[in-house]
Write a new protein. Structure first.
Lengths: 275, 243
């Protein structure tokens, strides 16, 4: 008997399994939302009560997630910008339908691919690293050591990482978009019969860049940054105390962050469409 | 003056009904070094975790300076069984972390305090490396120095001589006893075997019974004076330790 046949024969089992999965997913979303809310609450205490050592953790996180990812993100940005510009020029005509070309580049790179690809890069590099790092600290009882010293593991480990990842994601996305647009201009010079000065190209882009694009860009970087860091920290801190749980935490963090970022991008895109 | 007090404390790990120990009464005074011994799974490390508030007793009361341990962590220096230096910080950053987190003094004061505790353990400048790249005995000494950096009233040490040979271990025990006496710190240490030290108080945890307490005169051999009852480790613990 096939699996589908089995499901048809026992619909109550299928409904029960779906219900359990829904409750499990709902509980997880609630846990992540609670973690983000609690971290934001701790951040509100302000600069004066946050020890300098916590600010150093934020700086290190920005360095690792943003600055050290820049070479790889630049390569992907140049390739993405070139491909998108080529496709856009095919749609708009190589002689230059500036209206369509500008709109396409802004929509695809600023609202769509830019923050999404940077989100993937950050999930692969930093989300997995944070989850593995925290899980490893748990395995080696470093969290107990922190707590015993009077250092709140949440304030020292989670809050600065969330702040660092969000800032790095916003900065890296902005750099990615700028580089991909520049690559688009370079490739258009190569294929266009009428070369376009850089100033004109920038003007064409900025004309089509609206406040909505900026809001969408922020929505697609700030919230995913919080989600990626929160999921990574949650998976790392929830790991059991065996060394084999470290790679498991990293894998779970990547898979769940990818799902969360995809869902969030879809929600924002639908909201923009319905606007 | 009593710094640490266990009053009729019973404790069982989460999910287990059979307690590791029951009715534990123990007081550690300022300037005193007390060693708690037990067999594998006998509860010596757990007693230390109770004393720092990482575990809660099933019954009874644990106080440090008259308060619950979790509320006076800045007065407790704790070194776990592995030292547990943070793997993502250098040795020096590990050393000064509790000071910088809890008191955040200027850098000059941090450096002065770091030098003071390093001197207490005869340590020179620390190599600028993560703990993984340092020798195990240096890691242990840095963990001990870190536990001292807030001038604690109570020092809790889980098997502090695990990485040392016999002579070095004896030397470290004598040094710890001297620190306790001269600085007025109460020290509770867990060890598998008690060292040969003068006027040492040894508490032997023996499974679920009330611990036997001995005070020994100097010059006696340890094997003659410490009839330690070994607690029977839980089968789960044996399975985890020897898969």
């Amino acid at each position: 008997m096939s699996f589908c046949q089995h499901l048809l024969d026992s619909p109550s089992m299928f409904i029960a399994a779906t219900g359990r999965a829904t409750i499990s997913a709902g509980s997880y979303v609630l846990a992540i939302a609670t973690l983000i809310g609690y971290a934001l609450g701790r951040l509100r205490r302000g600069r004066r009560v946050v020890p300098r050592v916590a600010r150093e953790v934020v700086k290190r996180q920005i360095l690792f997630t943003g600055v050290e990812a820049l070479p790889f993100a630049s390569l992907i940005a140049l390739l993405t910008g070139a491909v998108v510009a080529l496709q856009a020029s095919l749609l708009s005509g190589t002689t230059g339908n500036g209206e369509l070309l500008g709109r396409l580049l802004v929509t695809v790179l600023v609202q769509g691919l830019g923050p999404l690809i940077v989100g993937f890069i950050v999930i692969g590099r930093s989300g997995a690293a944070i989850a593995a790092e925290l899980a490893s600290m748990r395995v080696h009882r470093e969290l107990d050591s922190l707590e015993a010293m009077g250092v709140d593991p949440f304030d020292y480990l989670v809050v600065p990482r969330m702040a660092g990842v969000v800032m790095a994601l916003v900065g890296l996305s902005t750099a990615f978009i700028a580089m991909s647009l520049l690559a688009g201009w370079i490739i258009l010079q190569a294929v266009s019969s009428v070369p376009q000065p850089l100033g004109e190209y920038v003007a064409m882009i900025t004309v089509h860049l609206t406040a909505i694009d900026v809001v969408v860009l922020l929505a697609k970087t700030v919230v995913p940054g919080l989600l990626i860091a929160a999921i990574a920290c949650h998976e790392g801190l929830a790991a059991a105390t065996s060394a084999t749980d470290v790679p498991r935490a990293a894998t779970r963090s990547v898979v769940r962050s990818l799902s969360a970022v995809f869902v969030w991008h879809a929600i924002v895109t639908i909201l923009v469409f319905l606007r | 003056m009593t710094v640490l007090a266990f009053q009729s404390v019973s404790w069982a790990p989460p999910g287990r009904e059979q307690p590791v120990f029951t009715g534990l009464d123990l007081e550690v005074a300022a300037g005193e070094l007390v060693i708690v011994t037990s067999g594998l799974g006998g509860g010596k490390s757990s007693a230390l975790r109770l004393a720092v508030g990482l575990e809660q007793p099933n019954s009874g009361l644990v106080t440090v300076c008259g308060s619950p341990p979790a509320s006076v962590r800045d007065r407790i220096g704790y070194v776990g069984s592995e030292g547990a230096l943070l793997s993502n910080l250098s040795l020096y950053d590990n050393l000064v972390l509790p000071l910088r987190w809890l008191r955040d003094p200027p850098a000059v004061e941090v450096a002065r305090k770091a030098r003071e505790v390093l001197d207490a353990f005869a340590l020179d400048e620390l190599p600028a490396v993560a703990p993984a790249y340092a020798p195990t005995n240096l890691r242990r000494l840095v963990a001990l120095a870190r536990a001292m950096i807030l001038d604690p009233a109570l020092l809790l040490l889980d098997d502090p001589t695990a990485e040392f040979d016999r002579d070095s271990a004896d030397e470290l025990w004598r040094h710890l006893a001297g620190l306790a006496r001269h600085r007025g710190i109460a020290v509770l240490a867990a060890a598998t075997d008690a060292p040969d030290l003068a006027h040492l108080r040894v508490v032997a945890l023996s499974g679920t019974s009330v611990p036997a307490t001995r005070r020994f005169a100097p010059g006696q051999r340890h094997s003659e004076r410490l009839p330690v009852q070994r607690g029977t480790p839980h089968p789960d613990l044996i399975a985890r330790t020897y898969p």
